[in-house]
Design a protein around this ligand. Structure first.
Ligand SMILES: [Zn+2]
Length: 378
């Protein structure tokens, strides 16, 4: 049966189309431009703009040159209408940011504090949010929610549990987090946050992309046909647990031979009794033993990248703590990777690149859920 739209439905659809066009357009938007793009009547557009301005959703921007007649005024999204809190939890610190609707971090606080899987730790998130919004002069009622980023796969069969062995050694019960924070909470995986943020805020135009995040754990994110691919249980892209060595090293997942067991940053730090920075300092200084470890590490990493490329046939984006170091040693990785990649032609561009995405990108990505939900409801 064909669904009939009521007048109210049509009015809502029009309002939403106008708002979305202003929100997502790279060009400066005016009433004229909206009439032309959306094929709506001028009174419909003007009426909607007037109502949205009254509600504080849209503000008048600058006047721009016209080809004749009155100079048109641009229309802009009111960035101070609503906010979202983005919160990253890692092994050694928590980082909390106040993000406006345009995906700009208004205020941010970073607290060096080792992770503890208890109520007191999560309550600290709540008190920090309260201090942060007070400092920024933002009312709690203007917060849409809190995106909490956890370095662990969000398996939809586990309800509120997230398996985060690199953080807690085991499962985290996200009910504790939700109960401790006095706002709506959405828990998201760290690599998903990077990927969703990049694609939502249009920082990357490519259609297909696979992210490989390398830190103490290894995660992934699959972006295909302009959407995230999560698989049947929400855990697609957990590349860290691809098996690359039969009966190999024991992994956090209690299986053997996983990519994570050979290429997490712990392999270059904790396992050698040093910090990651120390490892690269010694590598820079020409330490032969360290160089041998590094080349061995790159061998396994190359297997991982080549396998991911073989399955997805699109660019692999390497991000996470390893990125800044890998950028300096890219030539080593390129030469080792060459032997592992099938079907690469001489004039093909690199099958991977090393990203510069950082903590701020993760915070922004954690806010996408609430921002897009809000835009959809306009
Ligand atoms: Zn594993």
């Amino acid at each position: 049966m064909v669904k009939k739209f009521s007048n109210m439905d049509v009015a809502k659809i029009n309002r939403n189309r106008i708002y979305r066009n202003i929100y997502f357009s790279d060009d400066k938007m005016t009433v004229n431009e909206l009439v032309k793009r959306l094929k709506l009547s001028r009174p419909t557009v003007e009426n909607n703009i007037k109502k949205m301005m009254k509600k504080g959703l849209i503000v008048a921007g600058e006047q721009i040159e016209s080809t004749g007649g009155r100079k048109p005024t641009t229309l802009e999204i009111a960035d101070n209408h609503k906010y979202v809190i983005g919160c990253t939890i890692s092994y050694s610190c928590m980082c909390i940011g106040l993000v406006n609707l345009l995906g700009e971090i208004v205020e941010k606080v970073r607290i060096e504090k080792s992770f503890e899987n208890n109520k007191a730790y999560y309550a600290r998130i709540n008190t920090t949010i309260e201090k942060l919004i007070k400092f920024a002069g933002v009312e709690k009622s203007d917060l849409l929610g809190v995106g909490v980023v956890i370095p662990g796969p969000i398996d939809n069969r586990l309800d509120d549990l997230v398996y985060a062995p690199t953080l807690a050694g085991d499962y985290i019960d996200t009910k504790y987090i939700k109960d401790s924070i006095d706002l709506n909470v959405n828990v998201i995986n760290d690599v998903s946050a990077i990927g969703r943020g990049i694609h939502f805020f249009n920082l990357d135009e490519d259609d297909n992309k696979v992210y490989l995040n390398i830190a103490r754990g290894i995660g992934g994110f699959i972006w295909s046909d302009k959407d995230e691919y999560v698989g049947d249980n929400g855990i697609a892209g957990e590349f860290g647990h691809m098996k690359i060595v039969p009966k190999g090293k024991l992994c956090h997942c209690k299986r053997r031979g996983c990519l994570e067991a050979y290429t997490s940053t712990s392999c270059l730090s904790d396992e050698l009794g040093m910090k990651l920075e120390d490892f690269f300092e010694r590598l820079d200084a020409g330490d032969e033993k360290i160089k041998e470890k590094w080349l061995n590490y790159l061998e396994y990493l190359s297997i991982g990248i080549a396998n991911i490329y073989c399955i997805f046939n699109c660019k692999v984006v390497i991000c996470g703590d390893i990125s800044k170091h890998l950028l300096e040693w890219k030539a080593d990785l390129d030469s080792i990777l060459e032997d592992y990649v099938s079907f690469k032609r001489d004039n093909d561009s690199d099958i991977y690149y090393i990203s510069k995405y950082n903590e701020d990108d993760i915070i922004l990505g954690s806010c996408v859920y609430y921002i897009s939900e809000y835009i959809n409801k306009i």
